[in-house]
Design a protein. Structure first.
Length: 301
């Protein structure tokens, strides 16, 4: 008869609590404080200023400003200029990026460097250059007047919405060109050669091969331009367009000229809300497009 010894049950080790991750909090706290101090607090301060009223309720400021004809005109003018400027930047930027990427010519690198140099310039320099070129006493008007013999030149558009849009398109187009050039360099050359060898025309290659790969970059550049033109102040101010009143100009007028700080805070709050709405819309659309393209790739694989 053999006796078997049973192994005693293993003692379960006591559950040890994970140590509190102080290091993670220490690394997270400084950027969080910076965001709260430099972004959240100013926005909250503007919002509280818009509700400040010596007489009556703070909502009286909102009803007074939002109900004025000047605010509605400025809002419409801001959206109109931003949309048309973005459309112009997208069209011109796409054309320039296609030429620089797929049409070899002497001096293409120099042109690309000049486009990059525009990004480092302040916006008012472009407006100043426009004044010297296309102003009523500019070089183009002087040349036309000398040729035709008239006393004044025919160009007088800088003080109109068209002049503001032209200046913004000139300044913000590189923000569309750069992302598109980066996207075009990622397209394999063999893919274009195969499409061309199968008899596809250049327009069809552009529509079916090139642009589908560049849509995210085009969306990113166009959205950035839309946000920048929506908040642009220097170009509108330096063109001297007195009849072109946008929301940033109206904020400057209310806050600096007439010292209506609550009214300026109301308009600034609307401006911030409009910018955040556009940004969230861009993030949603971008995530939808990139997610859809990745799902299509996964199905093919």
């Amino acid at each position: 008869m053999t006796a078997t010894l049973e192994r005693p049950p293993a003692a379960t080790a006591p559950l040890s609590r994970e140590p509190f991750r102080w290091r993670g909090i220490a690394w997270t706290l400084p950027p969080l404080l910076l965001v709260l101090g430099f972004a959240v607090y100013p926005m909250a301060r503007v919002l509280t200023e818009s509700l400040d009223s010596e007489t009556g309720s703070g909502l009286d400021n909102w009803s007074r400003v939002l109900g004025s004809e000047l605010f509605r005109t400025a809002l419409w003018r801001t959206v109109q200029i931003a949309a048309l400027s973005t459309l112009g930047c997208v069209i011109l930027g796409t054309f320039l990026a296609l030429v620089l990427a797929f049409v070899p010519f002497t001096g293409s690198k120099v042109v690309g460097r000049l486009i990059d140099a525009v990004l480092s310039l302040p916006s008012f320099l472009i407006t100043l250059a426009f004044t010297f070129l296309y102003g009523t006493a500019g070089a183009v008007n002087a040349l036309i007047a000398r040729i035709t013999g008239d006393a004044d030149g025919p160009l007088n558009f800088l003080g109109t919405p068209l002049g503001v849009i032209a200046a913004e398109v000139t300044f913000f187009t590189p923000f569309v060109v750069r992302p598109l050039l980066a996207a075009f360099t990622q397209i394999p050359r063999e893919q274009l050669d195969v499409a061309a060898s199968l008899g596809a025309s250049p327009l069809r290659v552009l529509r079916t091969v090139v642009m589908p790969e560049a849509w995210p970059a085009l969306l990113a550049g166009g959205s950035l331009v839309l946000l920048l033109t929506l908040n642009e102040f220097g170009i509108v101010l330096f063109t001297g367009a007195k009849d072109v009143v946008t929301l940033p100009v109206l904020i400057y007028t209310r806050g600096i000229v007439t010292f209506d700080l609550p009214g300026a805070a109301v308009i600034a709050t609307v401006q911030v809300a409009l910018s955040l709405t556009l940004y969230c819309t861009y993030r949603f659309v971008f995530a939808t497009l990139t997610g859809g393209s990745r799902a299509a790739v996964d199905e093919k694989v």
